[in-house]
Each structure stands twice: as C-alpha cells, then as structure tokens.
Design a protein around this ligand. Sequence first.
Ligand code: 0WD
Length: 254
Amino acid sequence: AGLMKGKRGIILGVANNRSIAWGIAKACADAGAELAMTYQGDALRKRVEPLASELGAYVVGHCDVTDPDTMDAVFAEVEKRWGKIDFMVHAIAFSDKDELTGRYVDTSRENFNRSMEISVYSLTALAQRAEKIMNDGGSIVTLTYYGAEKVMPHYNVMGVAKAALEASVRYLAVDLGDRGIRVNAVSAGPIKTLAASGIGDFRYILKWNEYNSPLKRTVTIDEVGESALYLLSDLSRAVTGEVHHVDSGYHTIG
Ligand code: 0WD
C-alpha cells in the first residue's frame, strides 16, 4: 500500500465517478499518493469537489486546456502549495459527438482542429508546464484507445487524434528522458463514461469487446487505474514511450 508514499501528483480529467481519471485517482490514493485535481467549468466543479474530498485530494481549480491562462494558473498554484510534483495524469479528450458517428471523411475542419487541440496538443502543453515543477524520475500517463491503431466504427477523428497522441508520447519520452521523467499511455478497452456516451453504437462496441477479447469481458475504471498506477510508480522506472493495453487482450485479436 505504500507504493506511492511521499509522491504528489496532479490528475486532470475527472468529470464524475465513472471517469477513468477517477479510477486512477482512487488507485493512487490507495497506494499513498497525495493528489491534486482540476475540473473543467463550474458544472463539473460540483462533481469533482466531493470526489476529491473522499480521497483527501486538493482541488486546484478550473482548467480548460484550450485556455493557456488556466493551465498556467493551475501549475502556479500547485507549485505554491507543493513546490514539486512527481506525476501527472492526462485523461482529457473531446470531439463534437455529431462527428463520432458516420464517416470519417465527413469530418469538418473546425472539429478536426478542436479535437486535435483538446485531445492531442493538451498533453504537450501540460507536459511543458509539468516539466518545470516535476522531480527527476517523475512519470506522466495519458489515455488512449485502440482506434489509434486500427479503424474502429464511429471513432473517426478521435482515432486520428489518438494516433497523434501516441506519437506525442514517444517524442515527449525522448525529450523528458534526460531527467528520468517517463511518458507512457494506457490504451484502455471501452468503458461507459460521459465521453464514451458520445460515440455512435457504443453499446455494440462494448458487447463486441466482451465477446471477442481473450478474457471475454470488458474492463473497469479500477482495473485501468491499477495498471496506470504501475506506470506512475517506480515499479515501471525503466518503461517509457510505451502504449500499454488494458483491454482484456482485445488488441491481440482485433
Ligand atoms: O471507453 C472509454 N471511455 C475510453 C476512454 C477508452 C480509451 C481511452 N479513453 C480516454 C478518453 O479518450 C480520454 O482521453 O480516456 C480519457 C478519459 O475519458 P473518460 O474517462 O472516458 O471520459 P470522461 O469521464 O467524460 O472524462 C473526459 C474529460 C471531460 O469530460 P466531458 O465528458 O465533460 O467532456 O475530459 C475533460 C472533461 O473533464 N475535458 C477537458 N478538460 C479540460 N479542458 C476539456 C478541456 N477543453 N475537454 C474535455
């Protein structure tokens, strides 16, 4: 239980108690980490505050990755409070749900750019800020999906975004590797969350994974959380630039 004792980290992307970021937060807190969380907008504040208090985590404030001032404010606040951090979790993505159905070829320029900014560039923007206050040997984890590697129905622009996100993980791993800071992604199997409910035929995708994955079931946020915990902890100190599948083995057959 002491795996993360003495470690402090910031978790971005908790929307509610179904969020993957919440599964990761619980696993880290159980392992003894001290946590800071952000929320996006006032509507989510009301959901994030009680969750944070369950874990004794501190709520830093509003962070919208399309607004650099809010990112600066969050890191300034964390630095003031803690000085240094040891890890960061990026569990943020967005696309207009009208484009998470039908054909990829119909993606609009506007939604393409917005999806890339929120779902891809945000990791780099946050890594720039995290690097400045992260202890050597720290760890950054982001969330990706198999739709980056293979065409999944309806995933469309988000699949293209996740491919770029996974490439970002590799480039960031090289840049931050000098200081022993590691950057990895967890490729989670489908889970019914707020973000996922925007994807066309999502229930079918869940069933498909259940019937076809080697383990013949879907995964939970707690299972994704515990796998992320390994990547955030020193157990994985020689692992970087990796995309780690937590998907009941679906990627082996898909
Ligand atoms: O099946 C799934 N649910 C999978 C999700 C499978 C594999 C990967 N993922 C990824 C997602 O693509 C995302 O990167 O996991 C990450 C977390 O997603 P989630 O846990 O599935 O979804 P959710 O609980 O909705 O959290 C995503 C949050 C947003 O929630 P909403 O639903 O309100 O968009 O990302 C945050 C927001 O809290 N977010 C932002 N944060 C800051 N600035 C922004 C933004 N502009 N946009 C969205």
